[in-house]
Write a protein that binds this ligand. Structure first.
Ligand code: ADP
Length: 512
């Protein structure tokens, strides 16, 4: 066997060695020892201490322990550095086993081989572990390991500091005791999901610092398994996103405000549109008024001019006819004057320039006179006038001319907007505190959508096809007169059925 070893080439990368059981003498040493130790096998066999001369001092204690175990008859292993010379160093692993014959220790067989790569990797691993540790300790993030029950096993100093704790204060404590009450239930749910999966889970959690600060972390966590796939813990890294969240909150808040601003803009736009449409409506009413008033002025003027010309050109016209024509001219001129007065009145009243010329008079009598004045018009349409005005004298203190105007306007409308063979009812009664007049007709009525505007000046119900001429001033004037007398006017109407107007005026002794 010795001969066989002898044949191992010098540059073989392992050294075989056999020594006696005392380790005093080397029985055999392969020539490859020269490559690592710089001595020939013969030199070492004659002086085994040479081997120790080349082992790095730092490894002496491990080497001693190695021989101690061997001498006890146990297989042994040691790693050490051999310094062959200034430029050459080797990392060797020495494995040796005792050899027994009939239960008696005979010798030791050993092998030394280079473990350079392995050691280097170990050194690298140690280095990266060191770096990892630095990273672990200096990282701004919260890095921690929990055991299988959820207690902190490890937590980095900065992470603990972010929660205003020292590492040791957290170690051994359950993670749940560091979670803000508001997110506990969602945290438990996320944690259960994490335990059920082997992949990294990301979730947000609100931690509570030692002094009650609420800090939001985005956690990236994963379970740790042992060789038997049993969960032994959880490793996690958390990023403090409190400021990010507060920014997000601000963005959310701003976007709410933006929505609100947009809504205000759209409301304002609608209002502007409405204002424009009111202006357009006013403009339309004004145009309509101008065309109506022209028509209203032209009609009486046409008859005035027509009849005057006839009288003028026909010298042989009988006196009777002339009188008749003059009467018509006079009536038309009065109508014209009334119309012009209406227009002037309304602007005067509206401008606050109206001064009531109040006198004491019997309002029943005025009403009766107005009914009589309208009778010919009613007759022309075969309208029945049903009048119930008590014969008593009811005194009011009011502007007689205006009250006359008021009744005339309402009665004129009741006839004008009535149907052929319709009915107009006039009721008057003394209610002791006030005087009430009800003027009702069976006419065309006013559509519900027009009712709110009916007392506005120039407002006219448009009835395409059956347009009844007018200026839209009558009711506005009526309302102004009632208001100035501290009275009350109400209007009820149903389309195609008729209209009822109720006017209440204070009596003489009850005027404010
Ligand atoms: P005008 O009669 O000159 O048009 P008014 O101010 O008197 O103006 O009336 C306004 C509008 O109200 C009229 O265009 C008419 O359509 C409606 N109206 C007034 N009185 C009656 C009524 N008794 N029945 C039906 N419609 C009426």
């Amino acid at each position: 066997m010795q001969n066989e070893f002898q044949n191992i080439p010098e540059n073989f990368s392992a050294i075989f060695i056999r020594s006696d059981k005392e380790y005093q003498n080397i029985i055999f040493l392969s020539p490859s020892v020269q490559k690592y130790f710089g001595y020939s096998s013969e030199e070492i066999i004659s002086s085994p201490k040479l081997l120790f001369k080349k082992i790095e001092v730092a490894h002496f204690s491990e080497v001693k322990e190695f021989f101690r175990r061997l001498k006890k008859g146990l297989p042994s292993i040691v790693d050490f550095t051999v310094i062959k010379n200034e430029n050459e160093k080797f990392f060797l692993r020495f494995r040796a086993v005792p050899y027994y014959e009939e239960d008696k220790l005979k010798y030791f067989d050993g092998i030394m081989f280079e473990v350079y790569e392995e050691l280097q990797q170990k050194a690298l691993l140690e280095e990266s572990e060191k770096q990892l540790k630095v990273l672990f300790e200096t990282a701004e993030d919260l890095i921690f390991i929990l055991d299988s029950s959820g207690n902190f096993v490890l937590v980095n100093a900065n992470g603990a500091l972010a929660l205003e704790y020292l590492t040791d204060e957290m170690k051994g404590k359950h993670i749940l005791s560091f979670i803000d009450e508001s997110t506990k239930s969602s945290f438990i749910k996320a944690f259960q999901k994490l335990l059920a999966s082997s992949s990294v889970q990301t979730f947000e959690t609100r931690f509570l610092s030692k002094y009650g600060k609420s800090i939001i972390f985005e956690l990236n966590a994963r379970t740790i398994f042992d060789d038997y796939k049993k969960i032994i813990g959880v490793i996690a890294i958390g990023r403090n996103i409190t400021s990010r969240n507060s920014l997000e909150d601000k963005v959310k808040d701003l976007s709410h405000k933006l929505v609100e601003a947009r809504r205000i803009i759209s409301v304002e736009r609608d209002r502007a549109k409405q204002r424009i449409s009111v202006l357009e409506e006013l403009n339309r009413l004004k145009n309509e008024f101008v065309s109506n008033i022209s028509h209203e002025l032209r009609t009486p003027l046409a008859s005035i001019i027509g009849f005057s010309e006839t009288i003028d050109s026909d010298t042989s016209m009988p006196e009777e006819m002339k009188k008749e024509f003059n009467k018509i001219i006079l009536e038309e001129a009065k109508r014209l004057a009334n119309l012009i007065n209406d227009v002037l009145d309304i602007s005067r009243i509206e401008g606050g320039k109206i001064v009531l010329n109040k006198t004491e008079f019997d309002i029943n009598e005025i009403l009766r006179n107005c009914v009589e004045k309208i009778r010919p018009n009613a007759k022309a349409k075969r309208i029945t006038l049903s009048v119930d005005i008590p014969p008593e004298v009811v005194l009011v203190l009011a502007d007689e001319e205006r009250i006359t105007q008021l009744f005339e306007n309402l009665l004129a409308n009741a006839v004008k907007f009535n149907v052929e063979e319709g009915r107009v009812t006039v009721l008057a009664q003394n209610l002791f505190k006030e005087y009430e007049v009800i003027i009702s007709d069976t006419g065309v009525g006013i559509p519900a959508q027009d009712l709110p505007f009916i007392f506005q000046k120039f407002y006219r119900v448009s009835r395409p096809g059956t347009e009844i001429p007018g200026t839209g001033l009558g009711l506005a004037l009526v309302k102004q007169i009632v208001d100035h007398h501290k009275g009350l006017i109400t209007l009820q109407s149903e389309e195609n059925k008729g209209t009822t107007l109720i006017i209440k005026l204070p009596l003489l002794n009850y005027q404010g």
